[in-house]
Structures are given as structure tokens and as C-alpha cells.
Design a protein around this ligand. Structure first.
Ligand code: F6R
Length: 366
């Protein structure tokens, strides 16, 4: 059942080219300029005309929501708020009739997320569910939605669900942006091609596995890790840190790279590995300066860069090269080496990768 892999987590990481392809199947056909989500029809206009969108989730699903905030605001120009379901539900949230909520949940059974959408529904919001498990409670409680089609995720640490969540949310944002006229026809076509190319690029990102195994052997005894990213890669820093914490029990924090100087920089010394997601985008030069700041304090820099990058190669202790794509699709590729790093470090530390201590696959209690 693990398909020859030692753990479900590794199997699921390596399945991503396929799970993303399954997620895109029938929904994107660039040659026909076709992009549609069959599960979102009746209420699509509500989404297109929304004054704002509220995204709810927990854990990794919340991180996917944060990525979606960047994507929706860029492509659809609709303000987005991303909320932890557990905070949202207990603070008398302001929701008006016709507000739109997107609830993200792999299992579709997370108690806080379910309760949050019931609350929003009672106040008149339209709920779109983004779930993996078909027929799950959150899927049933939503007005409409789109399934991930990523296949069962068994490992407690979410991997292929995250990349499929971001893929579905990206499709939603492009559909809405196209309808609203906030993305030009040429960009629309380019994005469809970029979506179709994702599986091949993720496959290439998986080729970093051996290199990451080596890097893992060097840092497996670290007591702390810092993860930095900017823009759409900032939530990827949070996700990388969460993966490391939950399966290897190493303390890790994710930060927007520019926030480092407002506090966390005090932590940096020769003992501190700093994982920087530094792929080519609008803030590339800024992140290069952030790397220099880490180096100046003797921190160890591991950088995820776009293939062919020479500038960072000359500065970082280790560079991990991944294929480039549109900067807002980059999280789907840049997260892969981080999943692998947490996996290998956890295995080397003798941790139970598929069943980390104190955690359950779906959190049906609040
Ligand atoms: C992290 C992880 C958890 C879940 C969270 C939400 O790897 O798996 O943080 O993402 O419990 O679960 P779902 O998506 O099922 O609502």
C-alpha cells in the first residue's frame, strides 16, 4: 500500500506530479482556453461579485489560504482575509448577507473549520468548500465547492493536499479574475499553460531528493531552524517550518524575510540554519540582501533558488535549484524541497514520520 516507499509521507510527496495532474484534469485545457470547476457554477457570480472573500482553515490548510490571498488579490483584485477557523468562530465575526467564505480542509472533518462555516452560513454567507475527502462534513455543509482529487492522504503531515489546495485555489482565482476582467486574455492563456506545466516541474523539483538527504544529514541535530520567504513564498516558509516541527520535533519558525530585522535576527549565530526561499520574483533583490544579513551574523544559509541562479550560489552554504514558473504559482514547486527536508531529518532522528506524537490526521475535537 506504500507503493514501495518506506513511509506514506514519502509516497505522498513523490505522488505530487500525479496528484496535481489529477487535480487539473478536465478543469484546465490551455489549447481550448478552457478553465472551469464543475462544482462551482450556481454561486459563481457571488464569488465574481464579492466585495471581499474570507478564507478559513487550520494548520497547513490555513497556509494554503494565505497563498490564495496573494493570488486572489493579484488576479481578481478582491480583498481577502485569511482566518484561523478557531479564532474566527469565537470572536463574533462581522459577516453580512452575501459575503463569500472559502473553507479549506483536507479531511473535511476539522471541528473548528466546520463550526466556523456553520456560523458564517447562519449569518448569510455563501460557503465554498475546498476539501479532499469526498462527502466529508465540510463538503456537505458548503453551498458549492471543488474537490482536490489528490487521492487519500494517509501521512499525518499534509503534503500532496497542500499542493492540490493551492492548485484549486489558483484555478478559482483565475476564473474569477477572468470573469471580472482583472486579468488580460494573454495572461489568462499563459496561466493555463503554467498550470499544465506544474506536474513536470514538480517532478523536477523532486530530483533534489538526494541533495536534500545530504543537507539533512548535516543539519539533523540542529535545535532551531528559521524559514524565510517573501510574497507568495512567505506562507511556504510557514509551511516548511510547520512540517519540520511536527515530524522531526525541531523548533522552527517561519517569517516574512523582511520581518527578520524586527526581532528574529537576534537569534542568528553559527548554530542557526536559515532556509531561505529565494526564487526569482519581484522581491528577488530584497531577499538577496536578507541572505547577506544572515551571512554577516554567521548563520548557515540553505537557499531554494530558480534553476541557473548564480548570484545566490556564490553567497549561500547550500543552494537547491527548482524550475521557475509564474511567481504566484511558485509555492507549489518551492514547497517540495521543504517537505523532503523535514521528511529526511525526521527519519534520521528516528521519529515516527507517518504518526508523529500527539497528532491525529483529522482534528475532530476543538
Ligand atoms: C499539518 C497538518 C495539519 C492540518 C490541519 C487541518 O501537516 O496536517 O496542520 O493541515 O489539522 O486539517 P484539515 O485540512 O483536514 O482541515
Amino acid at each position: 500500500e506504500k507503493g514501495g516507499y518506506e513511509h506514506f509521507m514519502l509516497k505522498e510527496i513523490f505522488e505530487q506530479p500525479k496528484s496535481i495532474k489529477d487535480c487539473l484534469r478536465g478543469r484546465v485545457i490551455s489549447e481550448q482556453a478552457h478553465l472551469a470547476l464543475g462544482g462551482i457554477r450556481q454561486y459563481l457570480n457571488k464569488l465574481v461579485n464579492a466585495d471581499r472573500i474570507i478564507i478559513l482553515g487550520c494548520g497547513t490548510s490555513w497556509h494554503a489560504g494565505l497563498v490564495a490571498e496573494y493570488i486572489f488579490e493579484e488576479f481578481a483584485r478582491i480583498p481577502v482575509e485569511v482566518e484561523y477557523a478557531s479564532e474566527f468562530r469565537y470572536r463574533n465575526p462581522i459577516i453580512k448577507e452575501g459575503d463569500v467564505v472559502i473553507a479549506i480542509s483536507q479531511s473535511g472533518e476539522t471541528a473548528d473549520t466546520l463550526a466556523a462555516i456553520e456560523l458564517a452560513k447562519a449569518k448569510g454567507a455563501i460557503i465554498f468548500g475546498v476539501c479532499n475527502v469526498v462527502g466529508s462534513s465540510i463538503a456537505r455543509a458548503s453551498h458549492e465547492g471543488a474537490y482536490l482529487h489528490a487521492g487519500p492522504e494517509i501521512g499525518v503531515a499534509s503534503t500532496k493536499a497542500f499542493t492540490a489546495q493551492v492548485t484549486v485555489l489558483t484555478m478559482m482565482a483565475i476564473i474569477v479574475g477572468h470573469r471580472r476582467g482583472t486579468i488580460k486574455e494573454s495572461l489568462f492563456h499563459q496561466l493555463l499553460v503554467d498550470l499544465e506545466n506544474l506536474p513536470v516541474k514538480v517532478e523536477k523539483a523532486l530530483k533534489t531528493n538526494e541533495q536534500i538527504k545530504y543537507i539533512s544529514s548535516i543539519f539533523k541535530d540542529a535545535r532551531n531552524f528559521l524559514y524565510l520567504g517573501r510574497g507568495a513564498n512567505f506562507p511556504v516558509a510557514l509551511e516548511g517550518a510547520l512540517k519540520l516541527k511536527e515530524i522531526s520535533y525541531i523548533h522552527a519558525e517561519g517569517y516574512p524575510a523582511a520581518e527578520m530585522k524586527h526581532g528574529p535576527i537576534a537569534l542568528i549565530d553559527e548554530e542557526m540554519p536559515v532556509m531561505v526561499i529565494a526564487t526569482k520574483d519581484q522581491t528577488y533583490e530584497k531577499i538577496v540582501s536578507n541572505i547577506q544579513e544572515v551571512r554577516a551574523r554567521k548563520g548557515k544559509v540553505i537557499a531554494i533558488v530558480t534553476e541557473g541562479d548564480k548570484q545566490i550560489e556564490a553567497m549561500a552554504d547550500f543552494v537547491i535549484e527548482v524550475p521557475g514558473t509564474h511567481e504566484f504559482l511558485m509555492p507549489i514547486i518551492s514547497v517540495v524541497p521543504l517537505q523532503l527536508l523535514s521528511y529526511h531529518i525526521a527519519v534520521m532522528r528516528g521519529c515516527n514520520v507517518d504518526q508523529p506524537r500527539n497528532l491525529a490526521k483529522s482534528v475532530t475535537v476543538e
